[in-house]
Design a protein around this ligand. Structure first.
Ligand SMILES: Cc1cc2nc3c(=O)[nH]c(=O)nc-3n(C[C@H](O)[C@H](O)[C@H](O)COP(=O)(O)OP(=O)(O)OC[C@H]3O[C@@H](n4cnc5c(N)ncnc54)[C@H](O)[C@@H]3O)c2cc1C
Length: 329
């Protein structure tokens, strides 16, 4: 690990000033679970670490006129117990699925949203696109955990965030601050992630010196939601595929729906046609199955991950049934 400076600001402005130094070769440290790992692997070698844990304005939740503002430093455990988030069931589901108390207590929402891919080629130093001698290592090598959707370009990794699918289904926005103090943007989370075509493009829109300070969620307005992860192991693990949905159901009929899949594509994957198919229908085994089939219609599995197509379907079907309180296992 390279030597680095350590800074611990107490305000957002101070943090931005500290991040915008060393030509932007700085990094945000939140819970530190993955950032320290990236540094140990030499995948991140910042000249300065900006530890944001002492910025009180980025903690907790507060009601705002049309929704709830959640601090990016909220830990997964805090999210689970927060009364303002009680009606966003899919978020609680996502916390429950991170089956390690240590991670739930230490990992933060901002850290989860910015968690770099777990692709083993990336983690072994081959870059996000995992290319060597102009060849995709993913295409020619072991790709059992890689993307089955959105994988036609050079990026084949899957987005690692546990919360992004649920938040996108809810129509959440991220408050991005910086690079200069005073600069800020409230961006729909669905536009935050990028499928890179070049190695230097990164996998989200954050520029050096920027960070997420808050996540805004619209009022629940009676919407029903759920997240369903399909895991290989019962213990601490990443999902093979996941799905989250938010449904507006009136008199048993779906009036509005958004289904978002996780761990199947380089970005959280919005299943627009499948969501549309549900409008005007009740949620039951048959309609949930049809929507699940539609969600993976355009899947293009690689050599070793065809099995993920069925798993992604299962995740979508069960998330829909769970949101409608009809999941029986
Ligand atoms: C060995 C290991 C095993 C794990 N296993 C699992 C698992 O099985 N299942 C699971 O769901 N999760 C797992 N995790 C992931 C863990 O839950 C997430 O890494 C955690 O939520 C990240 O939160 P953090 O606050 O620790 O982020 P950090 O490690 O501090 O940051 C992660 C990344 O996000 C950036 N970042 C953090 N906050 C912000 C912000 N506000 N704005 C901009 N950028 C930011 C950092 O610079 C860094 O690049 C594992 C992690 C590790 C290292």
């Amino acid at each position: 690990m390279n030597p680095f400076e350590y800074a611990s600001p107490e305000t957002e402005v101070e943090a931005l000033e500290l991040l915008n130094d060393h030509d932007g070769n700085t990094a945000v440290l939140a819970g530190g679970i993955d950032q320290l790992n990236l540094m140990q692997l030499d995948l991140s070698a910042p000249q300065r670490i900006v530890d944001i844990k002492n910025i009180d304005s980025m903690r907790g939740t507060q009601p705002v006129g049309d929704g709830v503002l959640v601090g990016a430093l909220s830990t997964l455990e805090e999210l689970k117990d927060d009364p303002l988030l009680a009606d966003y069931r899919s978020l609680g589901d996502a916390v429950e699925e991170v089956r390690a108390i240590q991670l739930q207590h230490t990992g933060t929402l901002g850290g989860d949203l910015c968690h770099m891919p777990n692709c083993w080629y990336y983690r072994n130093g081959y870059g996000l696109l995992a290319r060597e001698n102009n060849e995709s290592l993913v295409e020619t090598g072991d790709n059992r955990y890689h993307a089955i959707l959105g994988n036609q370009g050079p990026a084949k990794f899957v987005n690692a965030s546990r919360f992004a699918p649920a938040l996108i289904a809810w129509g959440a926005r991220v408050r991005i601050i910086g690079p200069a103090p005073g600069q800020e943007e409230l961006l729909p989370l669905e536009y935050f992630y990028v499928t890179p075509r070049h190695e230097r493009q990164g996998n989200n829109v954050l520029q050096p010196g920027q960070m997420i300070s808050h996540i805004w969620l619209p009022s629940p307005n009676g919407m029903q939601s759920a997240t369903y992860d399909v895991m290989q192991l019962e213990g601490l693990d990443w999902p093979l595929a996941s799905a989250a949905c938010a449904l507006n159901i009136e008199n048993g009929i779906v009036r509005d729906a958004k289904i978002v899949m996780g761990h199947v594509a380089p970005v959280p994957w919005i299943a627009r046609d499948a969501s549309q198919r549900l409008i005007g229908q009740p949620i039951n085994e048959a309609t949930a199955q049809l929507a699940a089939d539609e969600a993976v219609l355009n899947a293009t599995p690689l050599t070793d991950n065809g099995y993920k197509v069925q798993i992604a379907k299962t995740a979508v079907k069960r998330a829909l049934l769970k949101a409608a309180d009809q999941l029986e296992l």
